[in-house]
Design a protein around this ligand. Structure first.
Ligand code: SAM
Length: 299
């Protein structure tokens, strides 16, 4: 979301880790692909495009007919392509904060595939620990993690979904972008009850999910999480990113993944780069798309 990074980045970089596969795909693989598609609302993108058209018509005071709504590929193919592209790349339509769409996650297809691959690697390599996401919004990426544990029959790991559930805090550092306050971006505020209802909608709300409500500055230092196999950072800000790394990095098991959603945003990248430099982390960062990246903790 927001400002593009200063490094050369592309929207088409594929995930680097191969997903486990078989031919024909296993039932588990089909479930996970279907889950990703549903979380991204990929089957509903025509309806999203119709919604945008209807809203624009309302603002312009021009007519909008059902005939148009029911045949978007014919009447608005370019808009539909833009909506599809935005969802694939994890962007809001036209990079407009007011157009977050109707998916359960804003991470997009490339980064969900990345998460899928990282988790598959963790399980294949038996890296111990729980799965933690800091910054969950509507919950989609965390829901995917819970669904993947279910698909693989894993019952001894927990998904921790950590968020204020009230949107971004006021900028906490001079390094933080200053224009994403809750007033400016109310769409980022999704209550814990609503996120829980999203888990429920996918049949994935149970005691392998823990919600941690509050600003990271308050919740992270005392988080009783134990060992972490996968830590997903998606708090946008410099301060949110640094707070989580400071509090949780040492709990990540060797071989575990640190997945950074906002590495394409200069303020988040600054926090990650500063942290890695301060801690002498030299494990290479793999960039996944225009903003997603991860590294694997060395032994
Ligand atoms: C970009 S959204 C997360 C997107 C989400 N991972 C997804 O799958 O769509 C950023 C989230 O981080 C949360 N957040 C950012 N900084 C925070 C902080 N310091 N404490 C708690 N929550 C924070 C916001 O409330 C928001 O829900």
């Amino acid at each position: 979301m927001g400002e593009p990074g200063t490094r050369p980045i592309t929207d088409t970089v594929p995930v680097t880790a191969p997903l486990p596969g078989s031919d024909p795909p296993s039932v588990e693989r089909r479930y996970l692909d279907l889950l990703k598609s549903a979380l991204l609302n990929e089957p509903g993108l025509e309806a999203e495009a119709a919604f945008y058209l209807a809203r624009e018509a309302q603002v312009a005071g021009t007519p909008f007919t059902e005939a148009v709504a029911y045949d978007i590929p014919r009447h608005a193919p370019e808009l539909l392509a833009r909506v599809q592209g935005a969802r694939t790349n994890g962007r809001f339509l036209d990079d407009d904060l007011r157009r977050p769409g109707f998916s359960y996650t804003m991470v997009g297809r490339h980064r969900l595939d990345e998460l899928d691959a990282c988790l598959a690697t963790v399980l294949a390599d038996d890296v111990p620990g729980d799965l933690v996401e800091c910054g969950v919004w509507r919950g989609g990426a965390s829901i995917f993690l819970r669904g993947a544990l279910a698909a693989y029959g894993v019952t001894d790991r927990t998904v921790w979904a950590c968020d204020s559930f009230a949107g971004l805090p006021a900028p906490g550092s001079e390094h933080d972008i200053q224009d994403l306050s809750p007033d400016v971006a109310p769409e980022l505020a999704v209550s814990q009850d609503r996120v829980a209802s999203h888990f429920e909608a996918f049949g994935l709300l149970d005691d392998q999910v823990r919600f941690v409500e509050g600003y990271f500055e308050n919740t992270m230092p005392d988080l009783e999480v134990g060992t972490i196999a996968l830590l997903r950072l998606d708090g946008d800000y410099y301060s949110s990113t640094m707070t989580v790394l400071d509090a949780l990095y040492d709990s990540v098991a060797p071989g575990g993944f640190i997945v950074v959603d906002d590495y394409g945003l200069s303020y988040c990248r600054q926090a990650v780069d500063e942290f890695r430099a301060a801690r002498g982390v030299t494990a290479p960062i793999e960039q996944v798309d225009w903003t997603g990246a991860h590294w694997r903790k060395e032994a």
